[in-house]
Design a binder for this molecule. Structure first.
Ligand code: ATP
Ligand code: MG
Length: 359
């Protein structure tokens, strides 16, 4: 997939900004607060409905305006799409694909693949398990609609189960619980199997990327840490865990066991990254995971666009060159405050709300 045109209208600090990125490597440079991150955020929001940082839809509208829009044109093989999202303060957002209104991107039954890195992603290395689960879930959801469906089925069942646990033991409690557990286990076992498979792929792809980025000095390893032990009989094991924990679940009125408690273990040179990794090591490791993600998506038949926010400025020229060669086959947009060096296809300067192509 390649993005051919981006337009932001009254979106954050951009009153009206449009540009046509080059098909390979683009660097966007400009001063602090020029609006570089806002551009990447707009692309992510338009193509996935997700947010780069903590925000609500209304935050995206320019402070002094009541409406905003983002339009992204892209091509994939011989197909072209224009996705447009219109935001209004007093109404729900409107999404149009090639001019046709849709209610949600989910309706399309497909995803527009992008892989992005933002400083926020450092939480994958530093923070609680939910950020690591989110990484693996987002990756799986992007390459597999059945996974995305299983994940929402699981969360639906989990919500029902927790609601039931909160209702004081009704007459049909056990019957209802068993019915919900059957759903939970069905979706949950599928999720665990797919996560296990995917983490192995991530381990395989991330290791050489990380070795290259660190001049072969560091060895990055990723393991799946499932809350439900044992791969032999997941259905039985999950059922067992649920019944062993039922007393506690009833007391706490929430489900304590299951893949919603899964984690990934990350090691650098055999030491846990979260506990022992330096800032730079954590940053490089997360970047390696993100670049591994792009490689995996590519092997699964989707060609993601890469958006790397504020990544070059932290890395030396050697590492910048490494990123360039690792990402050769992708369309890439990076942001930086410095005038970039290297052989980027296009260099864009963002200044006074305008995007000027410098090279
Ligand atoms: N809704 C909004 N309306 C108007 N301006 C906004 C809105 N939301 C954010 N901004 C402004 O957008 C500016 C640019 O933000 P952005 O994070 O994109 O800058 P940046 O170029 O990435 O800077 P840095 O190099 O520091 O990362 C900020 O100064 C912020 O105040
Ligand atoms: Mg920024």
């Amino acid at each position: 997939m390649k993005i051919t045109h981006i337009r932001l209208y009254q979106y954050r600090n951009h009153l009206d900004l449009a540009f046509s990125p080059a098909a390979t490597h683009n660097v966007l440079y400009g001063n602090n607060a020029a609006g570089k991150t806002n551009i990447l955020e707009a692309v992510v929001f338009c193509l996935t409905g997700g947010f780069l940082r903590n925000a609500t839809e209304k935050d995206l509208i320019h402070y002094e305006k009541d409406t905003a829009s983002v339009a992204v044109s892209l091509e994939e093989g011989i197909r072209t799409y224009e996705i447009q999202v219109i935001l209004r303060r007093d109404r729900a957002k409107e999404i149009r694909v090639n001019g046709e209104k849709i209610r949600s991107l989910r309706e399309l039954d497909r995803v527009f693949p992008i892989s992005y890195f933002t400083p926020e992603d450092l939480r994958i290395a530093k923070d609680s398990p939910q950020y690591r689960r989110r990484f693996i879930d987002a990756l799986l959801s992007d390459v597999s609609v059945p996974y995305k469906n299983a994940l929402s089925a699981y969360h639906k069942a989990l919500l029902q189960r927790n609601t039931l646990l909160k209702s004081a033991g009704t007459a049909h409690f056990m019957r209802q619980l068993n019915a919900i557990d059957a759903q939970l286990i069905k979706a949950g076992c599928y999720i665990m199997a797919k996560r296990d498979e995917m983490v192995q792929k991530v381990r395989k792809e991330a290791a050489p990327v990380h070795a290259a980025l660190t001049d072969e000095k560091e060895d990055l390893r990723v393991f799946y840490q499932s809350d439900i032990e044992g791969k032999e009989e997941p259905v039985k094991d999950f059922l067992q865990a649920l019944s062993d924990n039922l007393e506690k679940d009833r007391r706490l009125k929430s489900t304590g066991r299951g893949p919603h408690r899964d984690d990934l273990a990350l090691f650098i040179n055999e030491h846990p990254l979260r506990l022992f990794g330096s800032q730079g090591q954590q940053r490089t490791a997360v970047l390696s995971l993100k670049l591994a993600e792009a490689k995996i998506k590519q092997k699964e038949g989707v060609q993601p666009v890469l958006l790397l926010d504020d990544v070059y400025s932290e890395l030396d020229t050697e590492r910048q060159k490494m990123i360039a060669s690792i990402t050769e086959e992708h369309q890439l947009m990076t942001t930086t405050v410095d005038i970039p060096h290297g052989n980027n296809e296009a260099v864009w300067h963002l200044e006074n709300g305008r995007m000027n192509r410098k090279r």
